[in-house]
Design a protein around this ligand. Structure first.
Ligand SMILES: *Cc1c(COP(=O)(O)O)cnc(C)c1O
Length: 327
């Protein structure tokens, strides 16, 4: 951004992974651990409880291992995702239970068929911690080598399972980097209120509208001790930032990337006000292709009472002048 002299913004693009989402890393680590543990063997059917990116990646890894894969999906799962699960060689079935009970339904289904339940909310964080290949944090620091400021001031990510923020936060501490880690959090998520109040069993009872991030309860993989700051971001601001990235930079990213970018602008404005310089990194969690009929549709956005326009104006002003009034 030309107005932000001395501050470089980098986006780590996880949509380039084979399934188009950062969930590829989590699911790869979970399959690897389950195979190493002997929990997935020849013929073991694998089940997942989601109509999201974990199901797409689960189908891919099950195909590579030649084991059957079934995703138990919520009733409102977009057709694009179901097609994608099938194209990766998986099957899906619509859950009989309401969304809050899909995990238990799937666990029971896996038990009935002697299968393996790919429980990302419980297992992804530990599986990623045990992954012995390069992590997302190794890649971020490796890719910044040779840049003017190879150690960023801040890295921002959203939290769904919490595995990605845990992996980045642990890496920062292990390597003694001064980089700080911010988690950006959408509306209806328990992570920000729990962080702000210190109450670790906070629940909201409402699902997040930003796919992949924000949870109605604190998931077991969320590791607050390695996080420096949690930033609440209005959903209309996430959508504005996603649109703005598309129209000004030409990057077609999903809604959680908008949440990241909005949080990052907040941090950058504080750096600038304090006379700080250096680099910052935000995550692109997935691409825009799954969101044409939802977050990219003006009608869908309006029907939810969301108005991104004032937030878009704010971003335009920030890019042009470096002034940020959103606080
Ligand atoms: C899952 C997901 C995240 C958050 O990652 P976790 O490691 O599960 O906390 C962020 N963005 C997108 C698009 C995701 O699908």
């Amino acid at each position: 951004m030309p107005a932000l002299e001395g501050i470089e913004i980098y986006l780590k693009d996880e949509s380039t992974l084979p399934t188009g989402s950062m969930k590829y890393r989590l699911v790869r680590a979970m399959f690897c651990q389950a195979v190493a543990d002997g929990a997935i063997r020849a013929g073991t059917p694998v089940f997942a409880a989601t109509g999201g990116a974990v199901a797409v990646a689960g189908a891919l890894f099950a195909k590579l291992l030649d084991v059957p894969f079934t995703a138990v999906v919520p009733a409102k799962t977009p057709a694009e995702v179901l097609d994608r699960i099938e194209r990766e060689g998986g099957q899906w079935q619509v859950a009989e239970q309401p969304p809050a009970a899909i995990q238990e339904e799937t666990r029971a289904l896996a038990a009935r068929y002697g299968g393996y339940f790919l429980d990302h909310f419980t297992d992804a964080e530990r599986a990623v911690a045990g992954w012995d290949g390069p992590t997302i944090a190794d890649e971020i620091f490796g890719q910044l080598e040779g840049e003017p400021n190879p150690v960023p001031e801040w890295i921002t990510t959203g939290a769904g399972t919490g595995a990605t923020s845990a992996a980045i936060g642990r890496h920062l501490r292990r390597h003694g980097h001064l980089t700080r880690l911010a988690v950006v959090d959408p509306e209806n998520s328990a992570y920000f209120p729990a962080w702000a109040s210190g109450c670790d069993d906070y629940t909201t009872g409402m699902p997040s509208r930003i796919p992949g991030i924000g949870r109605p309860r604190i998931e077991p993989g969320f590791l607050p001790t390695v996080i420096d700051l949690v930033i609440p971001v209005p959903d209309a601001a996430s959508i504005a930032a996603m649109r703005w990235l598309r129209s000004t930079v030409g990057i077609e990213a999903g809604p959680s990337t908008g949440t990241n970018l909005w949080g990052l602008c907040h941090l950058v404005s504080r750096m600038r006000a304090a006379g700080g310089q250096g680099s910052v990194v935000a995550l692109i969690g997935d691409g825009a292709e799954f969101y044409r009929l939802t977050h990219l549709s003006a009608e869908w956005v309006r029907a939810r009472g969301l108005d991104p326009a004032p937030y878009e104006a704010e971003l335009e002003c920030f890019a042009r002048t470096g002034e940020w009034s959103a606080g």
